[in-house]
Design a protein around this ligand. Structure first.
Ligand code: ATP
Length: 239
């Protein structure tokens, strides 16, 4: 099993952001993580990647405890955060070199070359990150998340704000990556889920309200993904 979470909870002050959620993701699955704004998706992803500790509950990534051993979890997880923080004054290759060094990669040159090619950044690699369009910046974020050859990828709204062509290209890259890695991605776009994911987990107000393969969900309910999402979350405005 790649990701296992058990009764995972995060409370910020009085706000229960994630409320006793449990799920297992086997190796090699691409899972869409859906939910309305504020449902707890980013918080869950930050806990899985070891960036914030849970308030309670347990979890492992490839058998490594996400609380007790978060440093080693980060070594096997690639994470693209929602706001994709980057150093805008750095050049693409310079930034990826730097991130490779920070991640403890030894063969830095070949690792950088490899992720640049994977994320189709070759033509832009000599530009400053601040000069790139949003879509290419997103690819730099993805390249950075891949630099240490992680087994598990956690992508928080990887196609947010991209134009339709960039969305398609990003989906293709993620699908390609999904053939050898476990991928959990959050999105508000149902077509994205249908185009890429084997399975969906739906969260609402910090609780899991749906977890099944795409086919099972659609066959059982005989509804579109939008309708299933609306029914499970009681939301109409947030897709
Ligand atoms: P979106 O789709 O809008 O990105 P989300 O599903 O990723 O939303 P989270 O960002 O995980 O949702 O937020 C879940 C809840 O936790 C929200 O009510 C949010 O306001 C709250 N929250 C998130 N981070 C913090 C924080 N650092 N301090 C306090 N509350 C927080």
């Amino acid at each position: 099993m790649s990701i296992q979470v058990n009764q995972l909870t995060k409370i910020y002050g009085k706000q229960v952001a994630v409320n006793e959620i449990s799920f297992n993701i086997p190796t090699g699955q691409i899972v869409g993580f859906l939910g309305p704004n504020g449902a707890g998706k980013s918080t869950t992803m930050k806990m899985i990647t070891g960036y914030i500790p849970p308030s309670s509950g347990t979890g492992t990534v490839c058998g490594i405890d996400m609380v007790e051993d978060s440093l080693n979890v980060r070594k096997i997880v690639g994470y693209l955060p929602e706001n994709n923080p980057l150093y805008l004054d750095m050049y693409v290759t310079e930034y990826l070199d730097f991130m490779a060094g920070l991640s403890g990669v030894t063969a830095i040159k070949s690792a950088v070359k490899n992720v640049i090619s994977l994320t189709r950044l070759t033509a832009e690699r000599h530009k400053k990150i601040g000069q790139l369009s949003k879509g290419f910046r997103q690819r730099v974020g993805l390249a950075q998340s891949l630099i240490h050859e992680p087994k598990v990828l956690i992508l928080d709204e990887p196609t947010s704000g991209l134009d339709p062509i960039q969305v398609m290209e990003m989906r293709n890259v993620i699908k390609e990556l999904g053939s050898e890695k476990t991928v959990m991605l959050s999105t508000h776009i149902m077509q994205e889920v249908e185009a890429m994911c084997h399975r969906v987990i739906i969260i609402n107000q910090g609780k899991i309200v749906g977890d099944d393969t795409l086919d099972n969900l659609k066959n059982a309910k005989n509804q579109s993904m939008e309708e299933i999402f609306r029914n499970l979350t009681g939301h109409v405005d947030h897709i």
